[in-house]
Design a protein around this ligand. Structure first.
Ligand code: NAD
Length: 518
């Protein structure tokens, strides 16, 4: 490992998180996983091998499912507020290990250390939310139309929830799902991204410690490792009533069909193609901050990253000049060094996709305003560092319709009213995050109206990137329609039951039907 990384203490972080690089196992012990192939976890920061992780075989998976299914029988009987107490203890453990886990997130995924810490904080926040929620899993009481009857609805846990997550939020997305699922009385089986398996093991170890300290079965939180094939064990498994899958639209289309074929439920959080509309009344400084952070933060690898800037022609030159100037000040380099703004992208396949997208958009007629390219040489210890690029385009270009998971910002003009900008914004297949920069109340309300943004997230004078845990998170169209995290997203992790109790000595039949028997 490089000196810089050792200085940063990644070895110490792994140690605190209970990961022995020589011997990274999975949830129920390495010996049970000895037939699986191996994932090599390489850091995009410096290209070093961090650890090897064994993948889960079908036989191993069945053992995990038995463990989870029997844990559910115990967990579902524990009152929800007591389950909340376990989640509170889990959040406390995260607070203790925040620095170590934040370091691992940064080193294994490549986002800045600050963002790594931010991700762990999101886990803590959703746990706090779930603790409160554990006393509020309530249904409604209705008036029955029949005398002497009481009618109400209640929510019961679903069972085993399968979680499939993406590399870019290697720990937070699991926590958004699992903290809610746990207080709802479900147990979880998690398959993290094969690109960030150590983050999965670290979280699993923290959770396992809490369950052990409370004499609760470890199966409440299970971990499996591997790629799409291992994910498919879960999507095809009728023992799993809900699959929550986060990742590309391509993955979501397969998962949705497999889960639907067995009439299971799926919660899909898929790709975005997020735009900021910049109107003539926009605050230039706020627009530049929102656009630049949105486009280059996490090296353009957030589902909510800003991919498109749709700028009114009257302010186009002014906004472009300011954004291009801001790009000149970006420092690209090791994300563990807090002076850098932009770290590496996840791997060399992602670099190839970035390079191909830039070539393709130029071929379509795109005009490069800030040149991209792969960076090598001193200070760039892996082949995963690329320059954030800006390309002027026409909205209909093929590449502009797609999500390229890298720091490429497409800029385009709109003319006339904000309706024209909305037509461009809504013309893509994805519907995750959107924003408008304006000080004009009419434009802002129009953007938020029924004829406005068709996305799951619509912000005014805030960029597209990121979201607070208190709101329901997710998007429409090819983003998959799922909602997780705050608001009433918990309902997807439970089954609703309507109960009617007759406390009379009569049994009136519906629709006035008489059914006389002595
Ligand atoms: P990916 O689709 O390559 O992989 C995501 C996960 O799905 C991985 O764990 C992978 O092993 C698994 N998987 C892939 N195919 C599968 C299949 N057929 N069956 C079962 N599991 C399968 O995505 P990625 O490259 O890790 O992440 C980037 C993508 O995720 C981007 O498109 C991004 O927008 C999206 N994302 C969306 C959200 C959101 O909340 N909407 C959040 C984060 C990331």
């Amino acid at each position: 490992m490089s000196k810089k990384v050792l200085d940063f203490g990644i070895d110490k972080a792994l140690n605190i998180l209970g990961i022995l690089p020589e011997n990274a196992g999975t949830s129920t012990g390495e010996e049970q996983f000895s037939n699986g192939s191996v994932i090599r976890s390489l850091s995009p920061v410096d290209g070093q091998l961090i650890a090897k992780v064994k993948t889960t075989t079908k036989a191993d998976y069945d053992v995990v499912m038995e463990t989870a299914t029997s844990a559910f029988k115990i967990w579902r009987k524990i009152p929800a507020p007591q389950r909340g107490e376990i989640v509170r203890q889990f959040a406390d453990k995260l607070r203790e290990k925040k620095e170590a886990l934040g370091k691992l997130v940064s080193y294994e995924m490549g986002k800045s250390y600050q963002e790594g810490l931010g991700e762990v904080q999101e886990m803590i926040d959703i746990c706090d939310f779930a603790v409160g929620l554990s006393r509020q899993l309530h249904g409604l009481t209705m008036h029955s139309e029949r005398p002497g009857h009481r009618m109400y609805e209640q929510y019961h846990p679903l069972g085993v929830v399968g979680i499939i997550s993406a590399f870019n939020f290697p720990v937070a997305v699991w926590a958004w799902n699992t903290a809610l699922a746990w207080v709802c009385g479900d147990v979880c089986v998690w398959k993290p991204s094969e690109k960030t398996p150590l983050c999965g093991i670290a979280c699993h170890n923290i959770a396992a410690q809490v369950f052990a300290e409370n004499n609760l079965p470890e199966g409440i939180s299970c971990l499996i490792n591997g790629d799409a094939k291992v994910g498919a064990f879960m999507t095809k498994d009728t023992r799993i009533p809900l699959i929550s899958a986060t990742g590309s639209t391509k993955m979501g289309k397969t998962v949705a069909q497999e889960v639907a074929a067995r009439l299971g439920k799926s919660l899909l959080e898929l790709g975005g193609n997020n735009a900021i509309i910049v109107t003539p009344d926009a605050d230039v400084k706020m627009t530049v901050i929102g656009a630049v952070f949105g486009a280059v933060g996490t090296a353009g690898q957030r589902c909510t990253s800003t991919r498109r800037l749709i700028i009114h022609e009257s302010v186009y030159d002014k906004i472009i000049a300011a954004v291009v100037e801001a790009y000149k000040q970006l420092r690209i380099g090791n994300p563990l060094d807090e002076n850098n703004h932009v770290g590496p992208i996840i791997d060399t396949d992602a670099v190839k996709m970035y390079t191909k997208a830039l070539k393709q958009v130029v071929k379509e007629g795109g005009h490069v305003l800030v040149e991209g390219g792969v960076i090598s040489g001193e200070g760039f210890e892996s082949a995963c560092y690329v320059k954030p690029a800006i390309v002027a385009v026409e909205p209909h270009f093929k590449m502009v319709q797609q999500e390229t998971f890298a720091p490429i910002l497409y800029v385009m003009k709109y003319r006339g009213d904000v309706e024209n900008a909305l037509d461009i914004q809504n013309s893509v297949a994805q519907g995750l995050s959107s924003a408008i920069m304006t000080n004009n109340l009419r434009e802002a309300e129009r953007f938020l109206s029924v004829e406005g943004s068709d996305c799951g997230i619509a912000n005014v004078n805030i960029g597209t990137s990121g979201a607070e845990i208190g709101g329901a998170f997710g998007g429409e169209k090819e983003t998959g329609g799922g909602r997780e995290s705050g608001s009433d997203a918990w309902k997807v992790y439970m089954r609703r039951q309507t109960n009617t109790i007759n406390y009379t000595t009569e049994l009136p039949l519906a629709q006035g039907i008489k059914f006389d028997i002595d």
